[in-house]
Design a protein around this ligand. Structure first.
Ligand SMILES: NC(=O)C1=CN([C@@H]2O[C@H](COP(=O)(O)OP(=O)(O)OC[C@H]3O[C@@H](n4cnc5c(N)ncnc54)[C@H](OP(=O)(O)O)[C@@H]3O)[C@@H](O)[C@H]2O)C=CC1
Ligand SMILES: O=C1O[C@H](COP(=O)(O)O)[C@@H](O)[C@H](O)[C@H]1O
Length: 484
């Protein structure tokens, strides 16, 4: 019994760069439990063979050494292309007929992957419904929806409502590729597969948490989209809040989609919403110099490419522990890291005993690119009385498991095919995330908006943001990971 994945946005960047290479890797590794038909849909007029040739080139580029001509030829036998316009209902009738034909009338799982601009999510879902393609009598039917899911709470609610008119929630997979990253899943294992961290994972031992997603790249070819979105919609509402949820959640009662998502969404509900005044004091927006000269960006654009926020979580575990979230383009280096900053010891017993946070214990979870975990702690310098120095225990994924770090989309596509929604966002989760971002966006887009601080590419954001942290007696952990 074959499964089928229908990809809307077949000629697009994400399909060629991430989706097809990930599906090819799953095939090459023998991870697919049944044969997989891939049907690409977009308006470009390709024949099946023309699309296969395009994909062979892009997959070879992105799969690197693991690309094997013979394996690709086997994989490509089941790749098909059906030209179609998402805006045209009749193209869905033709698509339904075509997919039925290649499936030979057999039942099996079908995934519809919406890898198109967000304005097409609604018509795609409506037309899938009208063409009878959401009906599950012939096997599971699931829809995978890319980010951004809405522009704000109102539009996300409208989208959820429209999607639910066609698909039941169990059929909907809202993707956030950060949840497909090995190190993010390892955070669940670190916290809930070990006993030593849980007793100290709370306000009694932790001064604050920093979550940084820094990108070295500038806005690049997606400038048109980015300029209308900005960093909060592009990164904070989804990836950063997902990292925060996994860091702060309680242990789920079992490893199962709803149990996990229940705990995650509780964290979002416990985040104290920022009022307009707090947006002024507890958030920071910036733009890198040169952004407005990028192709596709308005020369007068005030779109922020950098954000820093201080959020509080009102529950027993986290009361009084600030969570600092920060993300930006054109920063010093590419690094995604979660820093758990512990308190300094209560008594200065040795001459070098840390009294400030700088030398206190710190757990650094390197999400990417140097995937790993470091525990920073003090050690005695030999033959030097009782002098101390900070050192670290270092777990490095690449060293430990050489060559087995899969792309995030591999895991997520496999889970969608197998019907495991644990690493996908639920409707209420997406809405709760917008509820946190909406007041920030409103204040940042209001007439009397806070200052937009400028920063030079290659820095850790605006200098004022570093000063802001220092004024709170804390410091950003601005360290680029050591690669290799
Ligand atoms: N690229 C990335 O790295 C990431 C992308 N995303 C999200 O994934 C989605 C896709 O992004 P990306 O691949 O970059 O976008 P692209 O602009 O590269 O691709 C858009 C695709 O949509 C197709 N399309 C446009 N209009 C129609 C239409 N009327 N009917 C049918 N198909 C149409 C285009 O093909 P044609 O013109 O031939 O019709 C093209 O295949 C977006 O929602 C984006 O936010 C999320 C994370 C990362
Ligand atoms: O979703 C997005 O993510 C990428 C960053 O993803 P990563 O896996 O390379 O960290 C970001 O560049 C893009 O702007 C955003 O839309």
């Amino acid at each position: 019994m074959a499964a089928t994945i229908v990809i809307f946005g077949a000629s697009g960047d994400l399909t060629g760069r991430k989706l097809i290479p990930a599906l090819y890797q799953l095939f090459r590794k023998g991870r697919l439990s049944s044969p997989l038909n891939i049907v690409g849909v977009s308006r470009t007029k390709f024949s099946h063979d023309e699309w296969r040739t395009e994909l062979a080139t892009s997959t070879e580029k992105f799969a690197g050494d693991s690309f094997d001509q013979e394996k690709w030829a086997q994989f490509a036998e089941r790749i098909y292309y059906q030209p179609g316009d998402i805006g045209q209902a009749e193209d869905f009738a033709a698509l339904a007929k075509f997919v039925d034909e290649i499936e030979g009338g057999e039942s099996g799982t079908r995934i519809y992957y919406l890898s198109t601009a967000p304005r097409f999510y609604l018509p795609a879902v409506e037309h899938l419904g009208q063409a009878g393609m959401a009906c599950e009598t012939n096997g599971p039917r699931r829809v995978v929806i890319e980010k951004p899911f809405g522009r704000d709470l109102k539009s996300a609610k409208e989208l959820n409502k429209a999607v639910h008119e066609v698909f039941a929630e169990h059929q909907v997979y809202r993707i956030d590729h950060y949840l497909g990253k090995e190190t993010v899943q390892n955070l669940l294992v670190l916290r809930f597969g070990n006993t030593i961290f849980e007793p100290i994972w709370n306000r009694n031992y932790i001064d604050h948490v920093q979550i940084t997603v820094a990108e070295e790249v500038e806005v690049g070819s997606r400038a048109g989209y980015y300029d209308s979105a900005g960093v909060v919609r592009d990164m904070v509402q989804n990836h950063l809040l997902q990292l925060l949820m996994v860091t702060a959640m309680e242990a789920p009662v079992r490893y199962e989609a709803d149990a996990i998502r229940n705990e995650k969404v509780k964290v979002l509900h416990a985040i104290r919403p920022l009022d307009a005044e707090q947006v002024r004091t507890d958030t920071f927006r910036g733009q890198y110099r040169g952004y407005t000269a990028s192709e596709g960006v308005k020369p007068t654009s005030r779109t922020p490419t950098f954000a820093a926020l201080k959020l509080g979580i009102d529950n027993w575990r986290w009361q009084g522990v600030p969570f600092y979230l920060r993300s930006g383009k054109a920063m010093s280096c590419r690094t995604t890291q979660i820093v758990i900053q512990f308190y300094a010891p209560p008594q200065k017993l040795f001459v070098d005993t840390p009294t400030g946070l700088g030398e206190a214990n710190r757990l650094v979870i390197q999400v990417q690119p140097a995937e790993g975990i470091q525990l920073h702690f003090q050690t005695k310098v030999p033959d030097a009385g009782m002098r101390m120095r900070q050192t670290d225990l270092n777990f490095n994924y690449q060293k430990e498991f050489r060559g087995v770090m899969p792309e995030a989309y591999e895991r997520l596509l496999l889970d969608a095919l197998e019907g495991d929604a644990s690493l996908f966002a639920r409707a209420d989760e997406v809405e709760a995330a917008w509820k946190i971002c909406d007041p920030i966006l409103e204040a940042w887009e209001a007439k009397d908006k806070p200052t937009l601080f400028m920063y030079d590419p290659g820095f850790w954001g605006p200098e004022e943001c570093l000063d802001w942290m220092t004024a709170q007696g804390r410091q950003w952990f601005d360290t680029c990971p050591l690669l290799g």
